[in-house]
Design a binder for this molecule. Structure first.
Ligand SMILES: [Ca+2]
Ligand SMILES: [Ca+2]
Length: 291
């Protein structure tokens, strides 16, 4: 069944992600994995919409009237970057202030990995390797046995490579994507709609970027960055909450064996509560290697 689609007036195309459950994290033998990718079952109890691409510079410009991107010469269809987690929320607040178009937020980390995997268990949604035809990343140093790629040294227009099974582009590479959650190492316990710890120092980023290697772009890879820092390899995509009243969407959910009745239905999540900004740090805040 082709996923339902919805387009925001500012141009963001959303695809429907059905409810379901999956194994989050990576197995112990996955090349390039880090210890914080502890495998555990996660239930996503409600379907939601996710933007098919990273938010673009053109979309940001239309909503915010400015363009903070380092690669601004790349054009309207390139992902917006050099936006902090806090700035991403300014964009989201601007969308939500116009109530007629629905409610938006960042994906939780679990929603992000669930959507990225699109029912795959391999290192990438496309199998156990990336290639320069599948994603924008630094292909000069690759997972053993995977094809060497190129290093484009910049962002590229969103949707330049194939989508995953759910119609999502650039979940691997181009720019890292902010998630809603504070970063924590994770417990490995089964969870329903997890939304991360109550507090922390760094926010989660996912998916790797143009300046990172293929193993950084794996579906399970987790990283983090200071929420008040914009970097030219971090952008974001959006979740639009489904209201759960569309019967065809309900059928889609039940096709995958998760009954909407099995979990309490909430029309909206908790409102976003801004947290105090962390002091700017001169240290490199995106850690390529986990301890
Ligand atoms: Ca990306
Ligand atoms: Ca990591």
């Amino acid at each position: 069944m082709a996923p339902a689609r919805w387009t925001h007036p500012a141009g963001m195309v959303f695809v429907y992600i059905p409810a379901g459950e999956f194994t989050m994290g990576s197995s112990g033998d996955e090349p390039g994995r880090h210890p914080d990718e502890v495998q555990h079952r996660v239930v996503i109890s409600r379907g939601f919409y996710m933007s098919a691409t990273e938010v673009t510079q053109g979309q940001w410009q239309r909503v915010m009237g400015s363009n903070p991107s380092q690669f601004d010469a790349c054009g309207d269809r390139c992902p917006v970057e050099t936006v902090s987690w806090e700035q991403a929320h300014e964009f989201i607040r601007a969308l939500n202030d116009r109530k007629e178009n629905g409610r938006y937020r960042l994906p939780t980390e679990a929603e992000w990995e669930y959507a990225c995997r699109s029912r795959t268990a391999s290192a990438f949604a496309f199998g156990d390797c990336l290639s320069p035809d599948l994603a924008n990343y630094d292909g000069t140093h690759v997972i053993s046995g995977c094809p060497e790629g190129v290093y484009r040294k910049r962002t590229v227009p969103v949707g330049s490579y194939p989508a995953n099974a759910w119609g999502l582009y650039d979940m691997h590479g181009n720019v890292w994507e902010w998630c809603q959650d504070w970063y924590a190492r994770g417990s490995g316990r089964t969870a329903v709609d997890p939304s991360g710890p109550a507090g922390g120092k760094y926010r989660v980023i996912r998916g790797g970027g143009w300046d990172f290697f293929d193993h950084d772009c794996r579906s399970a890879n987790r990283d983090r960055s200071a929420p008040n820092l914009g970097l030219p390899y971090i952008g974001f995509r959006l979740v639009k909450e489904a209201d759960g009243t569309d019967l065809s969407l309900r059928e889609t959910d039940e096709r995958y064996g998760v009954s909407l009745r099995s979990a309490p239905h909430r029309k909206t999540r908790r409102p976003y509560v801004p947290r105090p900004q962390q002091p700017a740090s001169s240290m490199k805040t995106v850690l390529r290697l986990c301890p």
